[in-house]
Design a protein around this ligand. Structure first.
Ligand code: DAH
Length: 344
């Protein structure tokens, strides 16, 4: 048994010293010292030895195991050192190499414009309407009737409004003004509300018109609210939005749900004179409609027009963004061309 052990030791040491690398080395260790390895299989014969021999041979087996282990460790450390220095030599870090360009995503210009508008009005005490009070799929009642549109108003025509096949009176809203009615139905004055969202109109698409666009609706309802308050709020809005006092003009107009009504224009910033495609040569761009809430609308939601008065306004988000960023075609907002979007 002693010779067997000596033989094992010599084989093991020779294999370790001739091993090719770290993996090879691990295998050799398992082969000799592992639980099912060669040393253990020899040691299993110990039980057949005489009592005098057992401790001697046992001690020898342990000594051999230790020696193999030690040789293994030395060789292992040697391989390890070599592999590290090889790595250090080959994997050089060149800090002068150009970086790996990762383009940043950014907010869509319509999203950031809406956020900016909402932020300005929030600064003046307006609060954002709850989503459920501003649905995009709406009944004719909230989109038209409750807003004092007569039954035969041309805007209700199929050519202007998208009707659905789901129910006869279910439409895609053509304006965000529905939020006014839904809010006033649910809440009592005083109210100061702002409500952004998508609206839909059945129109020929052009550089100025799209079937889908965005509006921000707002209104204020309280005792003693006047047209002067409306002017003050909207002038302050344009001042903040355009970053300077930009000329505006209040033009008399008509909306079924306001009396008196006005359209507010802001001076065209891309104006190329007579042939200007943005403002059709007028020098002005309409950005919003507004007015004092019609007494009929207030009565419809059980608000006494003798006690309360209010103003309302609705603005086109695309219009405002086009002015602010000098964009001459509304379709650019919807084409998802990164060359356009990445400028924002
Ligand atoms: N809803 C109108 C439109 O889409 C805009 C508007 C005008 C909203 C006057 C208002 C308002 O709240 O008072 O053209």
């Amino acid at each position: 048994m002693k010779t067997k052990l000596e033989e094992l030791k010599n084989n093991a040491l020779a294999e370790i010293n001739n091993s090719a690398g770290l993996e090879d080395l691990q295998e050799i260790k398992i082969k000799y010292l592992g639980r099912k390895g060669e040393l253990n299989s020899i040691k299993r014969g110990l039980k057949d030895l005489s009592d005098a021999e057992k401790p001697l041979i046992g001690a020898l087996a342990n000594e051999i195991a230790e020696e193999i282990e030690k040789t293994f460790e030395i060789k292992y450390a040697d391989f390890y050192r070599k592999s590290v220095s090889k790595k250090l030599e080959t994997e050089k870090l060149d800090i002068t190499m150009p970086g790996d360009y990762k383009p940043y995503g950014s907010q869509h210009p319509l999203t950031s414009t809406i956020n900016e508008i909402v932020y300005i009005f929030q600064g003046m005490g307006f609060s954002l309407v709850e989503n459920q009070n501003s649905p995009e799929v709406e009944t004719e009642y909230y989109n038209f009737d409750a807003l004092n549109f007569p039954a035969d108003h041309p805007a209700k025509d199929m050519q202007d409004t998208f009707y659905t096949v789901n129910a006869p009176n279910l439409i895609l809203r053509s304006q965000t003004s529905n939020a006014q009615i839904r809010e006033m139905e649910k809440k009592n004055p005083p109210l100061r509300v702002i409500s952004p969202g998508r609206v839909y109109r059945s129109e020929a698409v052009s550089s100025r018109k799209n079937n889908l666009f965005h509006q921000v609706e707002g209104f204020m309802l309280d005792k003693n609210v006047t047209f002067g308050d409306l002017k003050g709020v909207l002038n302050e809005f344009t001042r903040q939005f355009f970053g300077q006092a930009r000329p505006t003009r209040f033009r008399t107009s008509f909306f079924p749900f306001t009396e008196p009504s006005a359209e507010i224009d802001v001076q065209c910033i891309m104006c190329s004179g007579k042939g200007c495609r943005t403002c059709s040569g007028t020098g002005w761009l309409e950005i919003l409609g507004a007015g004092m809430i019609d007494p009929n609308v207030l009565k419809g939601v059980n608000v006494d027009p003798e006690v309360y008065s209010g103003f309302a306004f609705g603005m086109g988000v695309e219009r405002l963004a086009m002015l602010k960023y000098a964009i001459n075609d509304i379709r650019l907002f919807f084409n998802n061309d990164v060359r356009f979007l990445e400028q924002f």
